[in-house]
Write a protein that binds this ligand. Structure first.
Ligand code: SAH
Ligand code: SF4
Ligand code: F3S
Length: 440
């Protein structure tokens, strides 16, 4: 029996890839262990969205490299976005690594594993337009009520700050039949939630020569699968949210009324510099259209503080946007220059670190206020939730659940267990979560 340990950094796409890697390895006699010290094969699935994420990967490799010195039998592998982006740098900084494989090369693992078992060092990083052939191998999903299905991979947008188009390649959609089959299997296995994944999930199908293959139609098809479950989709690119998508979300009872639509900046000049294909005004219109259609919807976003050349006034537009749009939650980050990207070359416009971090602090403060305000809107309302987990507090079992609109809701109900749906009346709002009581 051979054990492997996989550490996953980065986004849900990486988490989903790790589940696929685990599944492939299981076909070759490898079992996953949670304890890295007992693993013969150590894998790190990396992210390079910001410098900090990339640094984490190298620091883990350093720890593993030391371990390999005293135990040369251990094999070390690196995959994910750092691997796809810069194999030479990895070879230089961590020459003891046995296997480097890119985001496009996961399905070559069966062959790659044989090489490292023979004591060879191997590197497989290519950029192929081939669509992932996901259904040939087992997928070992993490125990959860939710299962991820990647439906489109890659990105054609080239936002000037972002490394993803370089690490994930161009957009490639999976065939609807393949996705529907995977979804059916997931529901048969007892999962209660499906999350459709894509760097730009609402670009789904654009690379096929068929107008009918869209995210909206895919949702309609998935909604027909029998069973008590719900469907989510992330991440939406603002200007790719069509009226038909909004209609589909409305029509489909299993689809959650929740949108994650990163705005990145509240200022149109900065959006243009970022090569985002919408203005502040257009983003406002999309939010208003969605809010008027779905009363209990939550809209979440991402923002970057301190993009090269961003003035104080332009930054204030971002703070105002969070407030005016009543955004329900936002992921925030200070701008981090990335290799290969256009903004990464705007060195003369880079802002000092202290300015970026001071803006990030204000952004976080504004986000916190907006979250509390958003949560307070829900007190007194009844939300449908799915129990994800349970915790014990002062001898009481608290159920940790998530509403359709992605809000975290805690409540007590002895008749419910993990994986059950419930209706909960919200009694109290805090910044990051809601509390409630079950209702019939
Ligand atoms: N496809 C999604 C975002 C994927 S990357 C979209 O277009 O909205 C996730 C988030 O990381 C981005 O939304 C952005 O806010 C942040 N990000 C990406 N590159 C960054 C960089 N160079 N510095 C700081 N944050 C960055
Ligand atoms: Fe990155 Fe922009 Fe593509 Fe999102 S749309 S993955 S931010 S390049
Ligand atoms: Fe990171 Fe790659 Fe995802 S850079 S955010 S792991 S697509």
């Amino acid at each position: 029996m051979k054990n492997f340990y996989i550490e996953t950094l980065g986004c849900q796409m990486n988490k989903s890839d790790s589940e696929r890697i685990s599944g492939i390895l299981s076909h070759f006699g490898y079992f996953e262990t949670e304890n890295e010290k007992e693993a013969q094969l150590l894998i790190i699935n990396t992210c390079s969205i910001r410098q900090l994420s990339e640094d984490k990967a190298y620091s883990k490799l350093g720890v593993w490299g030391k371990r390999k010195k005293s135990n040369p039998e251990i094999k070390i592998a690196i995959c994910g976005c750092v691997a796809q982006q810069d194999k030479e740098k990895i070879r230089k900084r961590a020459p003891y690594v046995d296997l480097i494989f890119g985001t496009h090369n996961i399905y070559e693992l069966p062959d790659l594993i044989k090489h490292i078992e023979n004591g060879e060092k191997i590197c497989a990083v290519t950029n192929t337009p081939v669509i992932r052939n996901n259904n040939d191998f087992k997928i070992i999903r993490k125990p959860s009520v939710n299962a991820w299905i990647p439906i489109i991979e890659g990105c054609n947008n080239f936002c000037t700050y972002c490394v993803v188009p370089f690490t994930r390649g161009r957009e490639r959609s999976r065939k609807p039949e393949e996705i529907i089959k995977e979804a059916q299997n997931i529901i048969n296995e007892g999962f209660k939630e499906i999350t459709l994944l894509g760097q730009n999930v609402d670009s789904y199908g654009k690379d096929f020569n068929d107008k009918n293959i869209t995210l909206a139609n895919l949702l309609r098809e998935l909604n027909k699968i029998e069973g008590d479950f719900r469907i989510r989709f992330v991440t939406s690119y603002p200007s790719d949210i069509t009226d038909d998508l909004i209609n589909a979300v409305d029509e489909c009872d299993k689809v959650c009324k929740y949108f994650h639509i990163p705005m990145q900046s509240g200022n149109s000049r900065i959006l243009k510099e970022m090569n985002r294909h919408y203005t502040k005004q257009q983003y406002y219109e999309i939010v208003s259209k969605i809010r008027s259609r779905f009363p209990d919807v939550a809209i979440t976003s991402d923002f970057i503080a301190g993009f090269p050349g961003e003035t104080e006034e332009e930054f204030l537009d971002t703070l105002n946007a969070i407030e005016e749009l009543e955004l329900d939650y936002s992921n925030t980050a200070a701008y981090s220059p990335r290799e290969f990207t256009k903004a990464g070359k705007m060195t003369d416009k880079f802002l000092p670190e202290d300015v970026k971090y001071e803006r990030l602090e204000r952004l976080n403060e504004k986000n916190k206020q907006a979250c509390l305000k958003s949560n307070e809107k829900f007190t007194g309302k009844i939300l449908k939730v799915l129990v994800e987990n349970k915790t014990e507090k002062d001898g009481n079992i608290i159920l940790n659940s998530r509403a359709d609109n992605n809000k975290i809701v805690h409540f007590t109900d002895k008749t419910k267990k993990i994986g059950d749906f419930a209706f909960v009346k919200i009694t109290k709002a805090q910044t990051w979560c809601l509390f409630g009581e079950p209702v019939e």
